[in-house]
Write a protein that binds this ligand. Structure first.
Ligand code: FE2
Length: 326
């Protein structure tokens, strides 16, 4: 998901977040507006933007997408599925099949939600952009996944200014069809609501970053990818799975919460969960208030570092960073 321009915007979002309390420091998941070159043609008044509801959702208005926008989804879907066949976690691929994401065109959130809800109780809701942190966590805590409804422009297929419907739906939603991961996401939302009161959003954001967005899982005698930021990115799929440059380290909750991350490049470190059951169990078993308190006295760990306690699976060569620095 590396994209210098996109990440520049994210830096601004982070600044906004830190300054105003607007959510999305780590999630980089919401767009700031629905306008601009990435949005659909809305000449029809019916398709014009309406203000959000009280919970910051908007109608998707699936019938307003153009044939070109549907074709853009199809191109991205077919390219990514071909790449992911031997690299993505089986749970992700099962979700793609179960939700019939191979059906042509941008998914209709209502139809998709009906299938997903029957499986795990989750629904997809459209949102117009950044939403307050409380609203985001509240949606997750109630098994609603907020997704942007616009799709990137034809000139930006690999140059994503803002996370779009392909990232949000193709990247995130298949894992929500997995019952264990579905519970994890709800637990994350509930933890987020608690973290607001504990002033610990930055710690919890790192957990989201290194699992939901950039997580790997042990599988088939090696590792497979499941993070939405990877599976929705052609370049980062190859980098995270195949490249010798990054570290790959066994997942540990406290370790992750101490670890910085890159917003301007591929990740120098990926964390590998033993299983989704273990990831959920660690989340449910952790008493977060004392964990946050303990971490407040500990130094952050650099994004490319390993420490003596790590279960290092792959010592990265960091050749990518060295090349990038030249
Ligand atoms: Fe995301």
């Amino acid at each position: 998901m590396f994209d210098p321009h996109f990440n520049k915007i994210i830096e601004q979002l982070v600044d906004n977040f830190l300054g105003s309390g607007i959510y999305d420091a780590a999630m980089r998941d919401r767009k700031t507006t629905i306008g601009g070159s990435t949005t659909r043609d809305r000449h029809d008044p019916y398709c014009q933007d309406a203000g959000p509801n009280g919970d910051f959702t908007i109608p998707q208005r699936w019938d307003c997408y153009t044939s070109q926008e549907h074709a853009r989804w199809d191109f991205l879907f077919n390219r990514q599925v071909e790449l992911l066949g031997s690299r993505a976690a089986s749970a992700f691929l099962e979700g793609v099949d179960l939700l019939r994401l191979a059906d042509p065109g941008i998914p209709d959130f209502d139809r998709l939600s009906d299938v997903l809800e029957a499986r795990t109780g989750w629904r997809i809701v459209a949102v117009p952009g950044l939403i307050p942190e409380h609203a985001f966590f509240d949606h997750l805590a109630h098994r609603r996944f907020p997704a942007g409804d616009f799709i990137r422009s034809a000139g930006q297929l690999d140059y994503l200014q803002e996370p779009d419907v392909f990232h949000d739906v193709f990247g995130h939603v298949p894992m929500l069809a997995n019952p264990v991961f579905a519970d994890y996401m709800q637990a994350y939302g509930q933890g987020g609501l608690r973290a607001i009161g504990l002033n610990a959003i930055d710690r919890l954001s790192r957990l989201y970053w290194y699992t939901v967005e950039f997580g790997l899982v042990r599988e088939a005698g090696g590792h497979r990818i499941f993070g939405a930021g990877i599976v929705s990115s052609y370049g980062e799929t190859l980098f995270a799975f195949d490249n010798p440059s990054p570290n790959r380290i066994g997942f540990d909750m406290a370790r992750v919460m101490r670890t910085r991350y890159r917003i301007d490049d591929y990740q120098p470190t990926y964390f590998v969960v033993d299983s989704f059951e273990d990831m959920l169990r660690q989340t449910q078993d952790t008493d977060f208030a004392p964990l946050y308190e303990g971490l407040s006295n500990m130094q952050d760990i650099a994004a490319d570092a390993t420490i003596y306690k790590d279960r290092v699976i792959t010592h990265g060569t960091h050749s990518h960073v060295q090349k990038a620095a030249v």
